[in-house]
Each structure stands twice: as C-alpha cells, then as structure tokens.
Design a protein around this ligand. Structure first.
Ligand SMILES: *[C@@H]1O[C@H](CO)[C@@H](O)[C@H](O)[C@H]1NC(C)=O
Ligand SMILES: *[C@@H]1O[C@H](CO)[C@@H](O)[C@H](O)[C@H]1NC(C)=O
Length: 480
C-alpha cells in the first residue's frame, strides 16, 4: 500500500512539474480588438498538457489554454500567472498625461483574474497618477510590480477632503504583494508649504498619504522607494500579517507631519529593513497595533521611532507587544519614544526598544505621557493643564542603546500623576552629550516613573531633578 501511494505521489509531482515547465506567459492587449473574442484579451496561461480529463485530472488544472498555441515553444516561461502591463491599458508613462484611468483599468483586470495576476508598471517611465483607490476583494493573488515611477500632481486641490486623503490606496485585498525597483514621488512641496505648521495663517487640514493599505491581510511590500509624500509615506491600517522589507523612504527633514511608516489597527506587522528620511516620525506605531516587530531600521532626519501619539482627543488606544530590534538613528529630534496625550485612555504595554545606535539625537530616550502640541491654534494652553485620564504605560524595555545626545536630558521619563509608568526597564545604555565634559554631561529626568530592573545605565536613570523647563512637554516643538 505504502509503495503504491508513494508511486502515485511521485507521478503527481512529475505531472505538476511538467505542467509548470510547459506553461507560458503570453502577452496580449486588454482592448477587445481580437477578432475571435469580444471579451478583453489578457496574458494567458497555456500548457502543452492535453485538454480534457483523459489523464484523470480535472480540466481546471489547465486553466485558460488558448487553442492554436500548442505548437509554439514556450517563451519566457513563468509560474507567476497572468500579467497586465499598464502600457497595454493606455498609460503613456510620459509623466505629463494623466494615466490614472489606465491604472484603474489594469487593476480591475488584475483583480478579477482567475489566475495569480501581475500588474506591471514598466521600468524607465514616469506615470502621472492622481488620487487612486484600488480595492478588492480580488479573485486571486495580485502582485503590483512597480518598476517605473509614479508621480503625483503637484496640485492636489481637487482631492478628497473627507478625513485623510490618500494618493494611492489599496483596500480589502488579501495576499497582495507590492514589489519592484520603482518609486512613488508624492510631490509634496506644495502641501508642506501650505501646512498650518509651516504657515500659521493656513487652516489645519490633512495632506495626502502616499501609499495606503487598509484591510489588507497577508500583505507584502518590498524594495520600493517612496519619496516626498505630502504627509505620511506608507500607511498600514486594519491589516494583519504584513511584511514590509527593504524599503527606502525619503523626504526633507523639515517637511511637516511627514511620517515614514505609520501603522494603526493592525496585527503582526514586520518591518524588515527600512531606510527612512522624513520630516516627522520615521516609524509611528499608533492605536490598535499589536505584535509589531521592526529591525534593520535607518532613521534620520526625522523624529525617530515612536509609539504614539496615543489618546488624542480623549480617545482610547491599545498598543501591545511592539519590538524595535536594531536601529540606527541619526540627526533626529527623538530616538526611541512613547508619547501619549493627556486625557486619553487605554494602554501601551510590552514595548521593547533594543539594540539602537543614537547619533546626534536631540532627545534619545523619551516617554512623554503629557503629550500635546501647542501649535494647535484652538487650544493654545492645552499643554499646561493636567487631566486625570491617561493612556497607561507599562512593561517598557530600553536595552543596549548607545550614542550621542544633543540635549543634556538624554533619558526623559515623564509620566502622568494619575497613572505612573510601571515596569520601565533600562539596561546597557550609554548616552553621552557631544563634547561630554562634566558640566555638560548627559542627564536623566523622571516624573512618576516606576522603574523595574536597571543595570549598566549612563546617565544614571532619574538622577537629575526635573525642572519646570524639563516638564514642558516636548510636543511644543511642533511635533505630532
Ligand atoms: C522575457 O521578458 C522580458 C521582459 O518581461 C524581456 O526583456 C525578455 O527579453 C524576455 N525573454 C524572452 C526569452 O522572451
Ligand atoms: C509578540 O510579537 C511577536 C511578533 O513580533 C510574536 O512572535 C510573539 O509571539 C508575540 N508575543 C506574544 C506574547 O504575543
């Protein structure tokens, strides 16, 4: 019995192998120009295997075989499935003509494909794309292969004004992969100039996020570059099982509210390698994030790696099991930070910042539970009032963190009176001020912080009394 079933398995595997080897990817146009069919043609799977079920296997094994192609030798054999090239949908790639429609049509085809589909954005061209929403659910796996460059129009005035506008957003797509050597240039200059944080006469509005994933489970985003986003570069929300690898994100250090990667309401996000230059947080880990792991992060300029801000506008926020393991942070305002607003509720717990190098970071280690921004014109004094509610912070570890602090107060743990931070572990930390003479030696100030284990920490934790000036929340530095 055993050998027979083994033989059957071997036969099955052989057949599968032959099928895959014989399969071919054939280019076709989306427009219904074919004299044979009215339906749009696509790139089709073909196979040299016979049709029908003579071999005992169902027809579906040989999906969409095209008649008359049996004799052609397989070219560019691939197992990736059908491919949709945006060029075939009329995208010009001249960087001037609006190619949005072509992307939407290509997406519609890729998303409704029965076989795994690749939406190809070819290399060497620049595609002007406006606010675009690409949604699922899709019939099969879709890979968005970005080899060329997407550019946003400089003028985004006609874009959605409800909540956060999004430049390119994917929603409700399972097992989506976005990959390639290409880039997305958000052309954020105008938005930065018109931000109320730059120009206090302007109303405070949200500028578009460049690339958004909402409700996308089993998501992979790899290799692409995101440049000059009007606000957030990469936004992940309501997703689970997400891998972001080898990303490059770049915009000027003075671009307002300009986060690199923003994660909210998501579970199981892994960030495996990212080089981030941004105007705000390199990575912001916001409400509803659980089980996040980040490693090989290069950050700077920017505001460092932040959990938060949490609890804005008295909201409830829950964040747990976040590990940053391996980051080089350079020339930033902050390094490893947890920030929660006064008046919020919920918790941030089991947070680890491990193995970080701080290079000329203004405030390397910060817990700020009284966070607020004084630049909100409607609440000029918000920072001074202490509220009784707070997002509770517990079980936080800062471990193996070395480097230089620009400000003296290198380790600031400023927690709320109502809910002191509990279980803060500091281990193997060495932060020096530049120059580092005794008069200007690094210090550590604390307020309502209950430390757990501390060992081998310099400056000694909570060794300096917090002055009134220290207690001005750092949020007053126009940071969100
Ligand atoms: C395979 O496709 C690529 C582009 O997708 C092309 O550059 C290459 O020449 C093709 N190879 C063959 C053997 O057709
Ligand atoms: C914390 O998150 C990691 C993924 O980063 C996961 O492997 C681990 O199981 C989680 N721990 C708990 C206690 O859930």
């Amino acid at each position: 019995m055993a050998s027979r079933s083994l033989l059957a398995t071997v036969c099955l595997l052989l057949l599968l192998l032959l099928t895959l080897l014989g399969s071919t990817l054939v280019e076709a146009r989306p427009a219904p120009r074919s004299p044979h069919r009215n339906a749009p043609r696509r790139h089709l799977w073909t196979t040299n295997a016979p049709e029908g079920s003579a071999d005992g296997y169902p027809n579906t094994w040989y999906a969409h075989r095209k008649l008359g192609e049996e004799s052609k030798p397989p070219k560019n054999a691939t197992t990736k499935g059908v491919q949709f090239d945006v060029g075939s949908f009329g995208a010009t790639g001249d960087g001037q003509t609006d190619d949005t429609g072509a992307f939407q049509n290509a997406w519609a085809q890729a998303c409704s494909s029965e076989q795994p589909a690749v939406l190809l954005v070819p290399a060497g061209k620049s595609y002007l794309v406006k606010e675009t929403s690409l949604s699922g659910p899709c019939k099969s796996k879709v890979t968005f292969k970005l080899e060329g460059t997407l550019v946003a129009p400089e003028d985004k005035s006609g874009w959605s004004k409800q909540g956060h506008p999004h430049w390119v957003s994917f929603s409700n797509v399972d097992s989506l992969t976005v990959t390639g050597k290409g880039a997305m240039d958000g052309k954020g200059k105008t938005s930065w100039k018109n931000s109320c944080r730059r120009n206090h006469k302007m109303p405070c509005t949200f500028a578009p996020a460049a690339l958004t994933f909402s409700s996308c489970n089993h998501l992979k985003v790899e290799n692409i570059k995101l440049l000059n986003a009007p606000q957030i570069h990469l936004w992940v929300e309501f997703c689970s099982d997400v891998t972001l690898s080898r990303l490059t994100i770049a915009s000027p250090g003075n671009s307002p509210e300009n986060d690199g990667i923003h994660v909210a309401h998501s579970d199981g996000v892994r960030i495996l390698g990212a080089k981030i230059k941004a105007g705000d947080d390199c990575i912001s880990i916001a409400m509803g994030t659980t089980n996040l792991y980040a490693t090989k992060i290069e950050c700077g300029p920017g505001h460092g790696i932040s959990v938060g801000s949490l609890g804005k506008g008295s909201t409830r926020a829950e964040v747990s099991n976040v590990t940053i393991d391996g980051a080089h942070v350079s020339g930033t305002l902050f390094g490893a930070r947890i920030k929660t607003w006064q008046g919020g509720t919920g918790y941030a717990r089991d947070i680890k910042f491990l193995n970080m190098v701080m290079d000329k970071v203004k405030n390397p280690i910060v817990i700020d539970q009284n966070y607020c921004t004084t630049s909100d014109p409607s609440k000029p004094k918000a920072c001074s009032q202490k509220e009784s509610a707070a997002v509770e912070i517990s079980n936080v570890e800062f471990s193996n963190i070395r480097g230089t602090s620009v400000n003296r107060d290198a380790i600031r743990l400023h927690c709320s009176e109502a809910f002191p931070c509990r279980g803060v572990v500091l281990r193997d930390i060495e932060l020096k001020t530049r120059g580092g003479d005794e008069k200007n030696a690094a210090t550590s100030t604390c307020e309502n912080a209950v430390l757990g284990e501390t060992s081998n920490v310099s400056p000694a934790p909570c060794s300096s009394a917090a002055t009134k000036e220290d207690l001005v929340p750092l949020g007053s530095e126009e940071d969100v």
